[in-house]
Design a protein around this ligand. Sequence first.
Ligand code: NDP
Length: 310
Amino acid sequence: MSNDLLLITNNEKYTTKLKAAFLERRPEINVLVAGDDGAEQAHMALCWHPESDLLTRYPNLKCLHSVAAGVDHLGAALLTSGLPVCRVVDDHQKQGMLEYVLWGALTVQRNFDKISANQSESKWQDFRQRPASDLRVSVLGLGELGQFVARGLAQFGYTVSGWSRSPKNLDDIHCYHSPEGLTELLKETELLVNLLPLSPATKGILNKDLFNKMPENGYIINVGRGGHLIQEDLIESIDAGHLRGALLDVFDQEPLPATDPLWTTKGVTITPHLASDASLATIIEQVADNVLSFVSKGELNNQIDLVRGY
Ligand code: NDP
């Protein structure tokens, strides 16, 4: 095997940027793009939203690498192809995610959403300050990002719970698992942060049934994926006065169409999928190391579990 790496993204500018970054930082990697001589011989592909027939076009691929923390963009056909799949794990990205979620938590705790809505009506209204410990925050997903965010929120003083597939024991975080555990956690949740990976098991998990298990006046932060959220249910729960609002970073269709009702739903703040990026430097280093390690030893870092799908 050689140090070839095929770049497959749905954005030509991004492909060019990645190629230039590999050339500058890790010139020993032979980066190929569609149409290059030898592209069909590559064993590893670095992907962002590849087409589902990738393996028909490049039958020599033996490993797929996501350019991101999530792998859902590879699609069911590639995720069940049997090829090993790797992702990026980046400390800088964890810190960025914590900053974003803290913004949402402070908004709820200190009523900055209500204060900003009041300003548009030139309305002066006092809000009593609440201690951070008064805000009960729950994080769905206690993986690389979720665990870092949960710990950071707890360090900041919030009362934090978390939910994962397998049982966990983490200092300062009330840990839950299983569907029954989720119901228990929701009963006590004022601010719900979704940091689950998108999989058949988690698709549509942020729905009316879940919202109804939360006390009134709850707030949702969705930084997982758009596919986790049933938009109509969110809008209905906000309009009905059950939920206070939501901070949404990810959407089924991105960019979110200008006509989407979420834009104008009172209490909803929309950000354009920027909660936190993996740094380009980390992507290049981790992917290049994996190319070399795969070629020399057949070993890979940051592999996902193909059965669990994350
Ligand atoms: P990890 O794979 O490290 O962690 C996933 C966590 O979710 C684990 O704790 C896992 O449980 C839990 N989980 C998975 N499936 C279930 C389930 N069915 N029921 C209960 N818990 C479940 O993922 P990361 O923390 O690295 O990333 C999470 C997601 O964040 C990414 O997949 C991506 O979609 C999103 N993301 C969004 C970004 C943005 O800018 N908006 C940026 C980066 C990532 P267990 O520990 O038991 O396995």
